[in-house]
Design a protein around this ligand. Structure first.
Ligand code: GLU
Length: 370
């Protein structure tokens, strides 16, 4: 067991359809109960667990009586809208048996790419975790068309893990990791335990190992690995084809471990500090500057003026009264709304804007001090 895994506090577990749904389109009850038993143990130890679960389409297609074989996009979407109800309910019931609350989170590619929506999703999921709920995430298949969908939950899970600055992403699969060549085609295929870096050679090894139900195969797992490790999240692939797969993993089951580059919080801060174009500036008073330096969020009350043209989620520069840059961060308001609330107490925001906004102009988790 790698020391890093044991230290992981925020874990994302991705579950593929073929593990959860049998060939007849029924949910594998006993397996799911065993998995949730493992999740409950982790939560009991103080870990935060997010589950990215596939299975909506596989469940819904049977319920709608759709024939086996490839589905048209609109049929998959229809199946997802039926199956998602059953899927969410299954998690709710099993988590409830451990006094845990399930929260359904449906996202599209844009929710993790467009910065305003990224902030919304991140804020909601953080709040759920703070309140002790277990987010059950899936793609919002009913509204996502081909251009705006992930299409596979491996990459969705990696995006969620990076958005939430998770420590570890576990991909439960029907294979126990990456092999030098696809194991189905070649008996000399060797299992790889540690991948320090995803090179073109590693990508070539992914071949096309797949299963009937999952839309991913090994290639999307490697792409997920690139997203996760770049964002400072460790990723591992292990077999989910046994009961209590997470316990087995921590007891030493075979895995392929993709090493993260740095850590997730530092990577996110680096992304905020340097990876994005700044769209505006805020000048704050001495009291707010002092609060920022002591690790607090930036409230509208301490802002004296602003400039630029920014949308919610854009990066803005924060300067003190002497025009010295002291921080950068993702702004929770667009410039029009920000202009109206600067200098005001957070309690007045709803009255001024006509809607219940965020308390902070820049939350401390979305800010880097310079
Ligand atoms: N979102 C799809 C579903 O829930 C699954 C996508 C995948 O298998 O990766 O059915």
């Amino acid at each position: 067991m790698k020391a890093e895994w044991q230290k992981a506090k925020r874990i994302v577990i991705k579950i593929g359809s073929s593990l959860l749904i049998d060939e007849g389109g029924r949910l594998k009850d006993q397996w799911l109960s065993s998995l949730i038993g493992d999740v409950a143990q982790f939560v009991g130890r103080g870990c935060e667990v997010l589950i990215v679960s596939s299975g909506a389409i596989a469940l819904g297609r049977g319920q709608l009586g759709l024939a086996s074989g490839a589905l048209k996009l609109e049929e998959s979407q229809a199946a997802a809208s039926v199956g998602q109800i059953t899927l969410a309910h299954a998690y709710e019931e099993r988590l409830k048996a451990h006094d845990l609350i399930a929260a359904q989170v449906l996202v599209t590619l844009g929710d993790t790419e467009e910065r305003g929506r990224y902030l919304n999703a991140r804020d909601t999921i953080s709040t759920l975790l703070k309140l002790g709920a277990v987010p059950i995430v899936n793609e919002n298949d009913t509204v996502a068309t081909s251009e705006i969908r992930f299409g596979d939950n491996d990459r969705l899970a990696a995006r969620v893990a990076s958005m939430m600055s998770a420590d570890l992403l576990i991909l439960l699969s029907d294979v126990d990791g990456l092999y030098t060549t696809p194991p189905g085609d070649n008996k000399d295929a060797k299992h790889l335990c540690d991948i320090a870096e995803i090179t073109p050679r590693i990508e070539a090894m992914a071949g096309s190992v797949g299963s009937d139900y999952g839309s991913g195969g090994m290639i999307t797992k490697i792409l997920a690995g690139k997203i996760a490790t770049k964002a400072g999240v460790h990723m591992l692939i292990t077999s989910g084809q046994i009961d209590h797969p997470i316990k087995a993993l921590f007891d030493g089951a075979p895995t392929t471990w993709f090493h993260a580059k740095g850590n997730a919080v530092t990577s996110r801060k680096r992304w905020i500090a340097g990876g994005l174009e700044c769209r505006g500036g805020l000048v704050i008073d001495a009291g707010a500057a002092k609060a920022l330096l002591s690790g607090k969020s930036l409230l509208p009350a301490g802002i004296k003026s602003l400039s630029g043209s920014f949308e919610r989620g854009d990066v803005v520069i924060v300067c003190d009264e002497n025009k010295k840059e002291i921080a950068r961060g993702l702004c929770a308001y667009n410039i029009h709304d920000a202009q109206k609330i600067i200098g005001h107490h957070s309690k007045e925001i709803a009255g001024i804007l006509g809607y219940e906004g965020r308390t902070a102009m820049i939350h401390r988790d979305d800010m880097v001090l310079l």
